[in-house]
Structure formats: C-alpha cells, structure tokens
Design a protein around this ligand. Structure first.
Ligand code: ADP
Ligand code: MG
Length: 348
C-alpha cells in the first residue's frame, strides 16, 4: 500500500493588507512517489501554498504533514531546512561563482569528501549533465541551468520536491523536452513532488495528480484524465480543456442551444445552464442552410483550428483533423457525440 507523503488540512493564509485569503481552506493528500501538479491562473495562490509547504510562509489556520512529521500545526513549527524538502524555482537561482559540481554539492552535509563526490556525479548523470561538472552557470543554456538546479535539489535525497514554475523561463522547445525529462528524473529518483504551473497542458503531461486552483480554493483534484473528462465546475472545464460554452435550456430530454438541440443524459437541478463543447469533439459539415459561419481557419500542422460565429455573434473554436478542409465564409452544421457534452449551471 502507498503511504501519504504530504497531507494538508484546512490551510488558510491571509496576507496582512488583504481581507481576501490568498489560500482558502485547502486540504489534500499526496501519495508517496506521486507528482502533484497545482495549476491555476496567475494570482490564485499557488506559490503561497508551496511556500507554506516549504515553511517560508505561516498559515493562519491548518496543518502540514510531510511523511510522518507534522511540520506546521498550531503548536508545532519546523524550519524549512529541517523539512526534508528540495526546492526548484523559476529563476534557477544557482550560485554564479560556483561550478556546476560545487553548486550541486552545496546542500550536502556529509563530512566524507568521497561520498559527496560520488553523490554529485550520480545526480549530475541523472539529469544528463555528467560532462558539465566543471563549468560555470554562465557557460550553460537556460535548460541546462535548470537541470543543475534540479540536481542540486535532489542531491540530499529529499522526501519531497517543490517546484515553482521551473519551466516558465525557458523557450517552448526546451520547455516541452524538459517537462518530459523532469518527470522521468523524478520517477527515477523515486521522489514525490509538488509541481506548480499556470499551463494546463504542462500540468496534465507531468502529473499523476492534478489540483486546479482558483482564487485561493482548490476547485478539483484528481487524475489528469478525470480532470479532463469529468471537470467538476465550469471554471475547471474552461481552464483545463479550453472548452466552448453556450447558453442552453432544457426541453424534455433535450438541451436547446442556438446551434442545435442535444440530448444530454443526467440529473440537473435547473432547466437553464451552459453547455460545454470541447474544441476537439465537433464534426463540421458544410451546409448552406446552417447558421454557423466559419470566420477563421488556422493550420496548426497536425490539425486545423476553426473559429465559428453563431447567429447571436458568439465565437466557437473547433479543432479538426486535416483530412477535410473548409473555407472561411462557409456555413456549417456541427455534430457532437452526446456523451462528450456536459451542462454546467450558469455562474453568476
Ligand atoms: P500564484 O503563484 O498562483 O500566481 P501567489 O501565491 O503568488 O499566486 O499569490 C496569491 C495572492 O496573494 C495574490 O493576490 C498575491 O497578490 C498575494 N500575495 C502573494 N504574496 C504576497 C505577499 N508577500 N504580500 C502580500 N500579498 C501577497
Ligand atoms: Mg506563483
């Protein structure tokens, strides 16, 4: 059976000058060996929550447990350096006057020089920088510097890694490659991790568990597939899947919208709401009598992205394979599998 590596209970944090909590009553658990990605828009409290786990911020209420140890509770406080964590920030924060191996050795408190040397070379190999041990940070690319930061954090074999947007400063190419590598490296090291990002695709790709945050709250937590296919709120659906939404009202078993009527099974408390239509779930067919008009088409390599205008002037975005091409200005009929749609109550 897996063990819990991190347990947060009812964490709330207000900053002095604000009466809105930056972190609002968050509880969650993470199993040993898992990677949790916390995702949400800028300002939703991700960094604050990570700093609370790390011991750099003090919450007004709540408890933090790392492994077997309560590290923060009303009558207990453990300093960051005694929490058995490794930290990687967005700006690599390497020591510029130290070489790669000196940077990595920095956190190792071992009196045996040989053991330090061995551990440094072990983690540098793990992050693929074995050949760069004697270089200085300025002699490395951004992606390589971030891998040094990762090696430095991993070197003392922490129980838990905390990564705050570690890929945000990198070019897209490097970012995509390094996100795969970071996952592999953490898995090889067997280290549990909390990984913060504002990029929903990055969160889904890197994590075993995704937590979606909004205005200090944890809106939903679950496996990437669950979050994607069963979003718990309109916010999660919009942020994570970038779905379209249209007003809908119920007539019997059908939900009527300005682009057609759809049968959507399920119990709903209200007869009005918004229908979620994912960009990749639509099939388009040219039809002169239809009322949806293609206003834009963009070629994205593997797919087309269409922008459609509804009779009321709303925009719907659709992504399709490249086997059928429809021109801008064409009127189209859209069909969607009933089980791909979902109704959300309207948000005030
Ligand atoms: P995120 O990392 O998701 O972008 P943050 O945790 O940095 O969000 O910020 C959450 C909220 O707390 C924001 O409204 C931010 O302005 C506020 N905040 C963060 N740090 C401080 C601070 N040191 N003092 C006052 N307010 C802060
Ligand atoms: Mg942040």
């Amino acid at each position: 059976m897996q063990k819990e590596i991190l347990k947060l209970q009812n964490i709330t944090k207000f900053f002095v000058e604000s009466d809105i909590p930056a972190v609002n009553n968050i509880s969650l658990t993470l199993q040993q060996g898992d990677i949790l990605a916390l995702v949400g828009p800028s300002g939703c409290g991700k960094t604050t929550l990570l700093r609370i786990i790390g011991g750099f911020e003090f919450p007004q209420t709540g408890e933090v447990q790392i492994g077997e140890n309560k590290v923060c509770s009303p009558n207990n406080w453990i300093q960051p350096e005694n929490r058995d964590i490794g930290i990687v920030f967005q700006d690599y924060a390497l020591f510029p006057h130290l070489t790669v191996e000196q940077n990595v050795a920095f956190g190792l408190k071992n009196s045996d020089k040989n053991q330090i040397k061995q551990r440094v070379s072990e983690v540098l190999n793990l992050v693929g920088l074995g050949k760069f041990a004697t270089r200085y940070p300025y002699e490395l690319s951004g992606g390589q510097q971030q891998r040094v930061a990762l090696a430095r954090a991993l070197a003392p074999k922490p129980k838990l890694m905390l990564l705050d947007e570690p890929l945000s400063n990198l070019d897209i190419q490097v970012r995509l490659q390094l996100r795969e590598e970071i996952r592999d490296i953490l898995k090889l090291a067997g280290t549990s991790a909390v990984f913060i990002t504002h990029d929903q695709e990055e969160a889904l790709a890197i994590a075993d568990v995704v937590g979606v945050m909004r205005q200090g709250h944890l809106e939903q937590i679950g496996k990437p597939e669950e979050i994607y296919s069963l979003p718990a709120s309109r916010f999660v659906a919009e942020f994570v899947t970038q779905a379209n939404f249209l007003p809908a009202s119920r007539k019997g078993n059908d939900w009527e919208t300005e682009i057609g009527s759809f049968e959507i099974p399920g119990n709903y408390s209200s007869d009005t709401g918004e229908i979620m239509i994912r960009q990749e779930d639509c099939i388009l067919q040219a039809d002169d009598d239809a009322e949806l008009k293609i206003t834009k088409r963009r070629f994205l390599g593997r797919e087309y992205r269409y922008c459609l205008e509804t009779p009321s002037g709303r925009e719907i975005h659709v992504r399709t394979m490249t086997d059928i091409i429809l021109s801008e200005g064409t009127f189209v009929q859209v069909s969607i599998a009933d089980d791909a749609m979902k109704i959300f109550p309207e948000e005030g």
